[in-house]
Design a protein around this ligand. Structure first.
Ligand SMILES: Nc1ncnc2c1ncn2[C@@H]1O[C@H](COP(=O)(O)OP(=O)(O)OP(=O)(O)O)[C@@H](O)[C@H]1O
Ligand SMILES: [Mg+2]
Length: 643
């Protein structure tokens, strides 16, 4: 049985509060915190817990991670030693220069010595650069692995979890939002694990090593270097607080743009039917304009950071070079090379500070994403079967509702004290006005929701004591809006019963009157259906879904008759296929066709969640109540239509 088709009647009925807000969810590549939700600031409830839990995912890749960290350490250190060596090389040169000043030329003995030192220094530098490149390559390759594997594990866990969630969860969470958690949020997490984590580690190592080298080389100059930092930091903070707001605005605008696109693409037919193209275009223009505006501002502001930081960096560089030079000239420091190394380290010291400032937004959005992912992972799944739950071997199809009271929310009962019995093989017709609770009756029978009061029994066993999967295996559903997956006709037919043979499949297709039209298709059973079976007619889709139900061979059948009319010939086909399908099964038919209703063993008239009349067609006509009235008005309507 097609699980997704079963879900259809429980589509969230909450509706959108704002035309575009809900659709703003599936944004991709969102920057900044709370990516994926319309203008919502990240509500980081427990950042520490979230971080720890995120890091928990790295447990499985511990070895790779340790190697990557060591490689990172080595590559960073290797690249950090070179300024010291280049300083030494400068010193060698300086010694040569001063020798020339003193003696007019470099004495042979010193020449050999300096030459050897020079070559050694250059070789060292070369070796270190090479090592640094190798290590950093190793590190990044390992890291890509680590982050991809981690995210795969997370995505898999999330997807598996979604399969266990009760339908009530989907009532409360719109599809777009679930989508965005599986894609956008996980992308953010992956981004953080892949880039931010190592970037931060590398920054910290660089910071520590260069700071210690600076202190070792000259505490005085280090002090000078630190003088500038408060100024540059406060300027950066000023800018990032502005850009944060702007990025959020940009995201909100992007959400709106996405929302309009999504809505008009899925609803393209409706847009055309009501000739709303011009309005939609105007809406889109406006949102697009806003997006462009916000994006431009945000990017301009954030691109100011670099140049401004540069001004400060150069300022401090000039300051240090000046003071360093003064120290050398006044003889307080012996070596130009030392100053040269120091200046290089101070440059390296600045970089991680800038980098870390840049990572803050990434980390915030990753945390927000992770939190949203964990929220699903922590949601209560459908409760597990009770130990010793009945496997419902060879069910008979006896169904009993015993004083059933149910509401989707505890406050509002939808079904009120519903009691009836269906004997094996009987056909029960459910009729009643829209919103009466007909679909709800079949939803509780499938145990999509649990009852507030009363019992439902199959073959005398309470459905809460039956293994959930076995229960659903014994129930089959054919819905008004047939759900077909993108795939071949064969795959769609076999969805309910993967073990069926080719003969069985063709047999079922023949019983459902669809074999002939399938064989007339160019690729027959291998014809690819578009998503949702868009390239088949309404009637053909219904016949396919009947064949699918026949193939899955349930003991209890639930049919939601399509209200849309098809041509008389197809109608006859569908009728006869349904009759064949219902034969030998207990069937609940949410009926619209008079012929189906008339043939039912029992008609239940539902209104306001209560059974207000019950009996056979003749009995109900005799009673001359709601049912008789309903038939009369239907009859009048059909007379009017044909007149
Ligand atoms: N998932 C849900 N969450 C909350 N309320 C719901 C949900 N599904 C249905 N309802 C409410 O339950 C009531 C009965 O709905 P139900 O779908 O059972 O009606 P129905 O008889 O099948 O109507 P129709 O003939 O139009 O299909 C309605 O008032 C509806 O608003
Ligand atoms: Mg319904």
């Amino acid at each position: 049985m097609d699980k997704r088709e079963k879900n259809a009647p429980m589509e969230p009925q909450t509706g959108r509060k704002h035309r575009y807000k809900a659709a703003a969810a599936p944004m991709r590549g969102g920057r900044g915190p709370g990516a994926g939700r319309f203008g919502e600031k990240p509500k980081l409830k427990d950042s520490k817990g979230t971080i720890l839990r995120m890091l928990g995912y790295l447990k499985h890749v511990k070895v790779a991670l340790i190697i990557a960290t060591i490689a990172l350490l080595l590559s960073t250190v290797a690249s950090l030693i070179s300024p010291k060596i280049s300083g030494d090389i400068v010193d060698v040169l300086a010694r040569g220069v001063s020798a020339i000043r003193e003696y007019g030329e470099i004495p042979a003995e010193l020449r050999g010595q300096l030459g050897a030192e020079l070559v050694r220094g250059i070789l060292w530098m070369l070796g270190l650069y090479l090592a640094s490149v190798c290590f950093s390559l190793t590190q990044s390759m390992l890291l890509v692995r680590v982050s991809q594997n981690t995210v795969r594990a997370m995505r898999r866990e999330l997807f598996d979890k979604i399969q266990t969630l009760p339908l009530s969860y989907f009532d409360k969470h719109p599809r777009g939002e679930m989508m965005s958690r599986l894609t956008n949020d996980i992308d953010n997490v992956s981004n953080m694990l892949g880039n931010s984590l190592m970037s931060i580690m590398s920054s910290i190592i660089t910071l520590i090593v260069s700071l210690s080298m600076m202190l070792y080389l000259s505490p005085l100059l280090t002090l000078v270097a630190f003088l500038v930092i408060p100024f540059s930091m406060s300027v950066v903070r000023l800018i990032t607080s502005r850009t944060g707001k702007l990025f959020r605005a940009q995201q909100a605008a992007l959400g709106e743009v996405n929302g309009i696109v999504e809505e008009t693409v899925t609803g393209s037919r409706v847009v055309k039917v009501f000739s709303r193209e011009r309005l939609v275009i105007a809406d889109f223009r406006e949102a697009n304009e806003e997006y462009c505006e916000a994006g431009t501002k945000a990017t301009i502001f954030s691109s100011c950071i670099g140049p401004i930081m540069n001004v400060f960096n150069n300022l401090s560089f000039a300051l240090m070079a000046g003071i360093g030079g003064y120290l050398v000239v006044t003889g307080r420091v012996a070596s130009v090379g030392m100053i040269q190394s120091f200046l290089q380290y101070s440059r390296q010291f600045q970089r991680p500070l800038n980098d870390m400032a840049g990572q803050v937004t990434n980390i915030q959005s990753a945390l927000a994403g992770a939190e949203r992912v964990f929220e699903i992972l922590d949601a209560d799944p459908e409760p597990a079967d009770a130990p010793g739950a009945d496997p419902l071997e060879s069910p008979m199809g006896h169904v009993e509702f015993d004083h059933v009271t149910f509401g989707y929310t505890p406050e509002r009962a939808i079904l009120k004290d519903v009691t009836f019995e269906a004997k094996p093989g009987q056909t029960i017709a459910l009729v009643g006005p829209t919103g009466a609770g007909k679909t709800t009756i079949v939803s509780v029978l499938e145990r999509f929701y649990d009852l507030q009061e009363g019992h439902i029994r199959i073959d005398g066993k309470d459905i809460t004591d039956i293994q959930r999967q076995k229960l659903r295996d014994s129930l089959g559903m054919v819905l008004q809006d047939v759900y077909l997956f993108a795939g071949t006709i064969r795959e769609n037919l076999l969805y309910g019963n993967l073990d069926a043979t080719e003969e069985q499949m063709i047999e079922a297709a023949k019983m459902a009157n669809c074999h002939s039209f399938i064989t007339r298709l160019p690729q027959g059973y291998d014809t690819e259906l578009a998503e949702d079976g868009g390239n088949l007619s309404q009637g053909q889709r219904q016949l396919l879904s009947i064949a699918r139900a026949i193939l899955s061979d349930p003991k209890v059948l639930i049919l939601d008759e399509a209200t849309s009319s098809v041509d008389t010939r197809t109608e006859v086909h569908i009728q006869s296929a349904m009759l064949r399908l219902m034969k030998g099964r207990t069937s609940f038919v949410i009926a619209h066709r008079l012929s189906t209703i008339r043939n039912a063993d029992l008609i239940l008239v539902i209104d306001g969640g209560e059974i207000i009349e019950r009996g056979s067609h003749e009995e109900l006509i005799e009673q001359n109540g709601f049912y008789a009235n309903m038939l009369r008005s239907q009859y009048r309507a059909s007379i009017k239509a044909s007149a």
